[in-house]
Design a protein around this ligand. Sequence first.
Ligand SMILES: O=C(O)[C@H]1O[C@H](OP(=O)(O)OP(=O)(O)OC[C@H]2O[C@@H](n3ccc(=O)[nH]c3=O)[C@H](O)[C@@H]2O)[C@H](O)[C@@H](O)[C@@H]1O
Length: 439
Amino acid sequence: MKLSSSHMDNIPSTPGKFKMEKSPYVHRFRHYSSLAKLTFWSSVFLALIILFFFKSPSTSPPNSTPPDLSRRSLKTTFWGGPAWEKRVRSSARIRSQNGLSVLVTGAAGFVGTHVSAALKRRGDGVLGLDNFNNYYDPSLKRARQALLERSGIYIVEGDINDAALLNKLFEVVPFTHVMHLAAQAGVRYAMENPSSYVHSNIAGLVNVLEVCKNANPQPAIVWASSSSVYGLNTKVPFSEKDRTDQPASLYAATKKAGEEIAHTYNHIYGLSLTGLRFFTVYGPWGRPDMAYFFFTRDILKGKSIPVFEGSNHGTVARDFTYIDDIVKGCLGALDTAEKSTGSGGKKKGPAQLRVFNLGNTSPVPVTDLVSILEKLLKVKAKRKMMKLPRNGDVQFTHANISFAQREFGYKPTTDLQSGLKKFVRWYVSYYDSGKKNSH
Ligand SMILES: O=C(O)[C@H]1O[C@H](OP(=O)(O)OP(=O)(O)OC[C@H]2O[C@@H](n3ccc(=O)[nH]c3=O)[C@H](O)[C@@H]2O)[C@H](O)[C@@H](O)[C@@H]1O
């Protein structure tokens, strides 16, 4: 708790040195005395109100964090109590033979929602965790949450930096796996809000790993890295063996840092860790901050869209990867993840440490992305060609996926045209069917 300096100044350094005031200050002393009485009774009254407030069952489950004690940035709402634990247990219950019990962080996010639903469909136990922050329209996150709730998945509302909450979740459920997808995404936003990347992608990751390392049994962890770690590399396609020491954005730097942090926790504590380098994932229920999403919105609104190009009109391209292919990759990584080897926070032997590219292996120029959208939407885009800004963007990405192919048969099957068709169908029904506004 932070005390203001004036408050600190009012506290006597040696309480015994307080002197009783005598006449001619008696009058003033009396005044102080009645003031003290007033303060005393108001405090009693206030204490009673607070006591009543925290006794009330609707606002005070046993393990909730009192709002004044919780760090506001953690955004954790009340949790705990028998009913809450029952809900957590039921969501995480395995319903198939040899099924997994998975804690999915970022479950209300784009990839998190799809992965959670896929796990649940095949009988795995799934518990979600999400802080529902407002990086983009939280109502979309709430709609994804509602979707998951219909299939019996509970998303606990809390922040990955909240160690007490994470420890509690592991106390209630012995998760076999953690699918760690909660993160601050987006390449360009890193210049606007750098600390948010440190908070989620570094501090949050460390907190998740700390809790996992102490858990008994330790879970295996699969987590989201990014194609952006290849940064300014020019050799294509990008292979996991290539250098990743020249990131072009703080976002990329935090993901790269995550990979090094993963190495450390694997080395010291025997945690089984698999990082997935996603390549520009798109599809239904996607992220509104991504180009394919807001291009669709703005083309439909008749607004111009900024289309980036390299110097001398050079092509800017991405290895756009459809969400269903990414989900298959995530499940493949979870299924082939070996057990962590540590216990009680101590390593017992070497554990698995992996990194995979999950891309589509066929980069498409951004100008072609726009042409496909124009055809699907039957609206001509107002293209505003712009030089690729120097704020984190790289000119192209292209994944070599042979490692994931070899390890768990990863094979993307959706090309950009077919994937965008599905996205547009979803977009139109989601925003047109009702009153929702895509901003
Ligand atoms: O592959 C990844 O690892 C990353 O993919 C995306 O990053 P990005 O590929 O930059 O995706 P978008 O922001 O949707 O941009 C897609 C393409 O459109 C271009 N673009 C973007 C914005 C814009 O206004 N105009 C424009 O032409 C970009 O230069 C890029 O080539 C995600 O936003 C990151 O979170 C993710 O980690």
